[in-house]
Design a binder for this molecule. Structure first.
Ligand code: ASP
Ligand code: MG
Length: 254
């Protein structure tokens, strides 16, 4: 039995059918005997759409209001996912970043995580529920919602995994892991089964969109193994682990 954090990006929860498929996958991981905490991004292009709506109102929107708006995207996906899990016969409980204990500094739009106190998520897990956390958001010392910057849900997932002492942080995307080139463009691209934090950070710094740089830095700092894999297949993806650690010790579930 392991404690697994699974993060699903916007493309994995783009519509109702995708959310139901993700719910099924989470339940399968749970039924295999694991505790599962989930971090979700906003559905599909929701975040971009919200930004567009904001700019329609005000070409220079106040940063605080912008974060209030942006955090709404993940609220939609987290609650719908909890409902999809419930409809499939399991228990789930969704939490905003604030409810999940993501304490940040006051930098709206680019907040840094200061501490994570996920008591309520841990309690949900011990009650046999799936804990679902809204990615990319937290709460500042004034009690206002903050966001971590675009793509920040990856960082939320690793931070939650660290705070819950999870065995692995699985990041689900629409490709089978990290490739030598973008497999959607270069058909001969090969999957890299295992990569170091350093190499992954180099890829992130040189513009690879696979993982946010801060997410990899956070994982390295706390030695959290990451498994980047596809929510559209059951194949193993790419494992990012500290050098010298045997990848076979990282739990690998369907
Ligand atoms: N929904 C946010 C974004 O699109 C956060 C994320 O997806 O990680 O940037
Ligand atoms: Mg997104």
């Amino acid at each position: 039995m392991a404690l697994i954090v699974q993060k699903f990006g916007g493309s994995s929860v783009a519509d109702s059918d995708s959310i139901k498929r993700v719910a099924k996958r989470i339940i399968a991981t749970k039924k295999a005997g694991n505790d599962v905490a989930v971090v979700v991004s906003a559905m599909g292009d929701t975040t971009d759409d919200l930004i567009e709506q904001a700019l329609d109102m005000d070409s220079n929107p106040p940063a605080r209001e912008m974060d209030m708006l942006m955090t709404a995207g993940e609220r939609i996906s987290m609650s719908l996912l909890a409902m999809a899990i419930h409809a499939q016969g399991e228990k789930a409980h969704s939490f905003t970043g604030s409810q999940a204990g993501f304490m940040t500094d006051a930098r709206y739009g680019a907040a840094h995580i200061r501490a994570v106190h996920p008591h309520r998520v841990a309690e949900a897990l011990s009650n046999g529920e799936v804990g679902i956390v809204a990615g990319f958001q937290g709460v500042n010392p004034d009690g206002d919602a903050t966001t971590l910057g675009r793509g920040g849900s990856d960082t939320s997932a690793v931070a939650l995994a660290v705070a819950l002492h999870a065995d692995v942080c699985e990041i689900y995307t629409d490709v089978d892991g990290v490739f030598t080139a973008d497999p959607r463009i270069v058909p001969t691209a090969r999957r890299i089964p295992m990569i170091s934090y350093e190499e992954m950070m180099e890829m992130a710094a040189s513009g690879s969109k696979i993982l946010a740089l801060r997410c990899v830095e956070y994982a390295q700092r706390f030695h959290m193994p990451i498994h980047v894999r596809s929510s559209f297949s059951h194949r193993s993806g790419t494992v990012i682990i500290p050098q010298g650690v045997n990848p076979d010790t990282v739990p690998n579930y369907e």
